[in-house]
Ligand binder design. Structure first.
Ligand SMILES: Nc1ncnc2c1ncn2[C@@H]1O[C@H](COP(=O)(O)OP(=O)(O)OP(=O)(O)O)[C@@H](O)[C@H]1O
Ligand SMILES: [Mg+2]
Length: 325
């Protein structure tokens, strides 16, 4: 549905987006991650035809965004960064206007506007001028115009920015539901959002694509993925470390806490034989053979924030080392 090929954007001499390619099919929600200034909004502006790429192409359902822009844009709903809208219009007038822009007339327009007012919980503010709305309501009004014409492709630049926790939750559910039939790209700085709604993740750093895969793939790159954390009752951390000193399947042991009566340690795997659940079994059996009581034991899935940091850290050398580990 959305196909971006070798996108490049220069602002004067500044290279903001550097050879970014990806596709998004129906039924996919693609999370766009990256530090501030990485080029997420710039990429989204090129995808939606807000401005032309310096090089590369975008097609939406087969329509080129530059050469066949009206057909391509008809397929897209776009929530731009900071949710711009006409401040002096009321919510109702703005949505009526956007329905007309989208070519909806008469009953179809009325029905579409009523539907999004309901979906986006705008009933209480429909007669209020947009400039008097709170940030969250302005955001929801702008989101409403993005989905008004029920487009097959949605491009959402930080769709949960400024929403309260309940509305964030609602918005994520809505995106997930729409993601079953549409192709959706959303940018976010909230890593838990990736888990909550995205089927795939792209990370860009300083204009370049540095990761494209599933959230599970991303987590799997974490140093922590596959490590086993266990709590030993009645043992000191030193005693436990000593016992695991020469285990081939254990790369290293880290003490998480060592307090009266309980030590929590983390075991990092080495080699294929240490893959889950083998390392967990090894830890449990070693403890049992010594008569030690283990009351907590879990295999770590890996932490998204650690991988994000490793992939986008400014020192390239350090970055590669961390990811490799
Ligand atoms: N119209 C413009 N003119 C000049 N430079 C621009 C323009 N728009 C963006 N840039 C620059 O391009 C780079 C990428 O900006 P962009 O807004 O795409 O980042 P982003 O990934 O969306 O960041 P954020 O997480 O802060 O929203 C930045 O260095 C920015 O200053
Ligand atoms: Mg942005």
């Amino acid at each position: 549905m959305i196909k971006a090929e070798h996108l490049v954007k220069y602002f004067g001499p500044k290279l903001a987006v550097n050879d970014v390619s990806f596709t998004v099919g129906r039924g996919e929600v693609l999370g766009f991650l990256g530090p501030n200034g990485a080029g997420k909004s710039t990429s989204m502006r090129m995808i939606t035809g807000f401005f032309a790429p310096s090089a590369g192409t975008v097609t939406i359902d087969g329509h080129d965004i530059v050469n066949d822009s009206i057909a391509a844009k008809a397929c897209i709903g776009y929530l731009p960064e900071n949710a711009p809208a006409y401040p002096e219009m009321t919510v109702q007038r703005f949505l009526n206007f956007m329905a007309a822009v989208r070519g909806l007339r008469g009953r179809a327009a009325t029905e579409a506007v009523e539907k999004v007012i309901e979906t986006c919980f705008l009933q209480s503010v429909r007669r209020q001028p947009i400039e008097t709305l709170s940030k969250g309501f302005r955001h929801r009004t702008c989101f409403a115009q993005a989905i008004l014409h029920d487009p097959p492709a949605l491009v959402l630049d930080e769709p949960t920015d400024g929403l309260d926790p309940n509305q964030k939750h609602e918005m994520r559910n809505l995106i997930k539901r729409m993601g079953r039939s549409k192709a959706i790209i959303l940018s976010t700085h909230i890593l838990e959002e990736v888990d909550a709604v995205c089927s795939r993740v792209i990370i860009i750093d300083r204009g370049r694509l540095v990761f494209n895969g599933t959230p599970a793939d991303l987590r799997g790159k974490s140093d922590l993925a596959g490590a086993v954390t266990a709590r030993f009752l009645g043992q000191s951390a030193n005693t436990v470390r000593e016992a695991f000193r020469d285990q081939a399947a254990v790369a290293r042991v880290v003490t998480i806490s060592d307090e009266d009566g309980a030590a929590v340690l983390r075991f990092y795997p080495r080699g294929e034989a240490a893959g889950p659940p083998n390392l967990a079994r090894l830890v449990a059996e070693s403890a049992k053979s010594r008569g030690w009581l283990v009351d907590q034991l879990r295999t770590e899935e890996g932490a998204l924030d650690a991988v994000f940091h490793a992939l986008t850290a400014s020192d390239t050398g350090a970055k590669e080392k961390e990811v490799a580990a």
